[in-house]
Design a protein around this ligand. Sequence first.
Ligand code: ASP
Ligand code: MG
Length: 455
Amino acid sequence: MNQTQLIVSKFGGTSMGDAQCMLRSAEVSFKQATKCIVVSATSGTTNDLIDLAKSAEKSSWEKTQAVILKIKTKHEKIARDLELSDQDFMIMQAMFSEMESMARGINLLVDCSNKAMDSILSFGERLSSILFTQAMNLVLAKNKSSIKAVCLDVREILKTDNQFGKARPLTNEIKNLCDKKLGAIRHEDIIYVTQGFIGQTVEGMTTTLGRGGSDYTAAIIAEGIKADVLEIWTDVAGIATTDPRICPEARSIPEISFKEASELATFGAKILHPATLVPAIRSQIPVFVGSSFNPDSGGTWIKKDVEDSPLIRAMALRKKQVLVTLSTPEMLNSHGFLFQIFKIFNDHKVSVDAITTSEISVSMTLEESALNNRELFSDLENLAVVNVEENLSLVSLIGNNINHTPGLGKKIFNAIDGINVRMICLGASKHNFCFIVDGSKGEEAITRLHKTFIG
Ligand code: ASP
Ligand code: MG
């Protein structure tokens, strides 16, 4: 146990699956002497809540009630298994009533706005955090600790803008509120258990940070309370060299630098919410990713300085990519064309991942979901001829000194001999080499590259 370090730990949905998972996760926290715990909803609950909101909007009240019952039953079972106090049980019941009233409102109005959706989604984390506080107190009592776990409503601290569904944290407000409410956390005999994923506008409306956002919450709080370490506990022992479902030879990476890890998180490794590293990098907080099911099986450290810097450390596959190519002779010998293109993407808040240009055309990759954005495409069509290719995959190699290593390109293309490369991105970063292949070839490319570079 390390008493001197201030640790923030986050437990994901699978680590919160049932009473047994919660107790196991609480044991991990106890061993680590964590002072602040950020939890996700119990596994599957966020999806159930989405079903709830959609069913309230689109189906009968009877069907909606069935979803409510499913959510209630699951949480009440955990509550009984953990011997939740009558007082906390009442708090949970009050949440169920509130959730039901909101669903009824959606059902009557036949309207589920993003704002309403966020309020509904918040119940996942609000419920799981009450249950986890109890699990933590059981573990503390068993170990005869004088410390108590208390449940903190993260909305008192995590202020955001009002982009419901993908709200952005208001960093300065959060820092001030962390000082005010958690300024003494290092010295208090209290463990704070709080919710990931949810936040609140300054006007008091509930928001969410986007799917998988609990990691991000934990990093924001770690930064706010000036923690020494951020731990992300999940169901796998760290970040793997590639997705083990694609390549069974994949193995856990002991350590990786912030820069490599941000490329990896953005370019496909599903293990961390891509924004998580932003506060950690900004405040230089080392991040540990480990398995709550098997805490002693090691994990991955993500930090500023790492001991070794291999040429290729990991690789990732991002499916469902589209390649958009814009061409116009007006680009010839002119300036400001790229500015006009990216202004359109900015206006529509669509993010572009990989880009390449020639004299009269620009190609860029987008998530497939961007195709639903008709206004974006109509604005682009006003500027240039737009060509869209679908069903592509983005393959990324992550490592060090990638743009200064002679012979690397040859080795990569030998490894994937016979697979057509539709677009390449190299040079912008020392840490990333990525290219686009047909969707049906992505897994094969990863498997061959993994064999060549990682073994
Ligand atoms: N419960 C939320 C989700 O499933 C947030 C998270 O787990 O990180 O997306
Ligand atoms: Mg999650």
